[in-house]
Each structure stands twice: as C-alpha cells, then as structure tokens.
Design a protein around this ligand. Structure first.
Ligand code: KIV
Length: 287
C-alpha cells in the first residue's frame, strides 16, 4: 500500500481514454471522498475530483473560493478509495492563470501529493499557453470548454454557452486552442446539441459532455446531483436516486428511536464480561 492507495493497481490510463474516441461512451462521475470513490470505481472510466467540491461539500456559492489545498486533500482521498478508474483533479481558479512556472508547480503539487493521473483545466483563451507549457513538461491535462464555472464572476452567472453565432465561434476556438495545447480529453459543458456535435466531430480527442447532449464521446455528472441529494438540480441532470429522501427518512427514524429510547437496543449495547476482575479482555457486545 502506498500513500496514494493500493500499490498493485492497474488503472485506466491516458491511452485507454484516447482510444475511446468515437467508441464506447466514457462513463465519468465526480468524487471527493474515499468511500464514495470506492462505490463509484467499479463502474467508471474516470473519477473527476472536481472543484465543484466547493459547492457540493463545502457550501460555497461558486467554485471561485476553492483552493489548491482543498483539491490536494480531496484528490488524495479519492485515490485512496479507488483502484481502477483514472483519477483527474481540477486545477482550481487562480492556480493556472499566472506565470507558466507557477501553473507548472501547482500541477506538479497536485500530481505528486495525490497520485492522480492528470489535472483538468478550464481552457479560457488566456490559459491555453500554460496548458501547452504543462503538457510539454509531462503533465496530462484534460481541457474544459463551453460553460466554464470558474468564470462565473466575469460572466455574471451560470448559463449555457454558444447559442449565438459569435459565442459559438468562441467555444469552437476554445476547443481548437485546447486541442493544439495537447489535452488528452475535453469536457464540454452547457452547450446546445448542434454545437456539441460539431465540437465532437472536429475534436481528435474524446469529448465528455455535461449538459451537452448525447453527441459527445462520454458523459459526466456531479455524483450528488444524479443521486438526488439536492432539492433542485439543473435541467440536464437525470436523477438515478433519491438520496435526499433516503437520508431524511433514515434520520427521522433515528431521532424517533433515540427520543423513545428504542435505540440503542440490547444488540447494540456492550455488557461487562463475566471474567474475573483484572482480566485484560475487553467487554464484548451482547449477542
Ligand atoms: O468541477 C466539476 O465537477 C466539473 C465537472 C462537473 C465537469 O468541472
């Protein structure tokens, strides 16, 4: 066992992902913790430690407040909980926009301290130069175009991108910039089906859609959205569970049992052993 998880792992690798262009759709989900990673791992090609962790887990209003330390902490946890899926960690806002050397040392920190196989970068035009710099130095980068949540302050909110011609051209140019910079896959978020289709047709690496129709080489969702943890979720989310209802009903039953002293019962209680006083053996539960 290494600090990054089981040592004898054979994970999905960059070449496996590239080969899926136009093939069987890539199954991707976000993960932020070790136990959730363990549950998702058998079914997923890629586990993304998204900076959405800031909103989903830490209650932040957007991903802008997410730090490198947070990404490293959650990235390492997901690596410890998984053994076969590729793990990719988001580079948070501000970690890639400055000098290329700084972007490189931030990416290296993520790879070295988590053991993840790649980073994801939101490919605003001003950032693609740094993406190239990282790729040239051996950092596997997954790009992210279309709706780029880290631009929420500049954009004044979250909204689908590329519905008008000028913006459509901008998103296509983000895709070309990312591909020229050497990304191994591309997340396409919040675009109309026709644009997703055009991007996927022109992009030589797999496209992974979120709110970008079925016209992509794979799909990703925020796990807690698709498990139904939140009251509301975006239009493009399909709810495969009702975690919110499940948690509420379990906690309600627990509260009733505690208040009525039905919990804990004798099967959940430790009793003193009948051994001689001074025996080193600990008490054992009944049953
Ligand atoms: O941060 C995130 O979770 C993401 C995915 C939803 C693509 O960027």
């Amino acid at each position: 066992m290494s600090i990054h998880g089981p040592a004898d792992v054979t994970r999905v690798g960059i070449r496996d992902i590239r080969q899926r262009k136009g093939g069987a759709p890539l199954v991707c989900l976000t993960a932020y913790t070790a136990p959730m990673a363990e549950l998702l791992d058998p079914f997923c090609d890629i586990l993304l430690v998204g900076d959405s962790v800031g909103m989903v887990v830490h209650g932040l209003p957007s991903t802008v407040g997410v730090t490198l330390d947070m990404m490293v902490l959650h990235g390492a946890a997901v690596m410890r909980g998984s053994r076969r899926a590729m793990v990719v960690v988001d580079m948070p806002f501000g970690s890639c926009e400055g000098a290329p050397e700084t972007a490189f040392s931030n990416a290296v920190r993520i790879l070295q301290e988590t053991g993840a196989q790649g980073v994801k970068i939101e490919c605003a035009p001003a950032v693609v130069g740094n993406v190239r710099y990282l790729v040239d130095r051996g950092v596997p980068v997954m790009g992210h175009v279309g709706l780029r949540p880290q631009s929420v302050l500049a954009e004044g909110g979250f909204r689908a991108r590329g519905r008008e011609e000028q913006e459509r051209q901008q998103v296509l140019s983000e895709m070309r910039g990312s591909v020229e910079a050497g990304v191994f896959a591309l997340v396409v978020e919040g675009v109309a089906e026709s644009l997703a289709s055009e991007i996927t047709a022109q992009c030589p690496v797999p496209t992974i859609g979120i709110g970008a129709s079925a016209a992509c080489d794979g799909q990703i969702l925020v796990t807690e959205d698709m498990l139904g943890l939140f009251e509301r979720s975006p239009k493009f989310v399909r709810r495969y569970g009702d975690l919110r209802g499940l948690v509420a009903s379990a906690v309600e039953r627990y509260a009733i049992d505690v208040r009525s002293r039905r919990f804990p019962g004798s099967g959940e209680t430790y009793f003193a052993s009948r051994r001689r006083p001074g025996s080193a053996l600990a008490d054992i539960p009944a049953g």
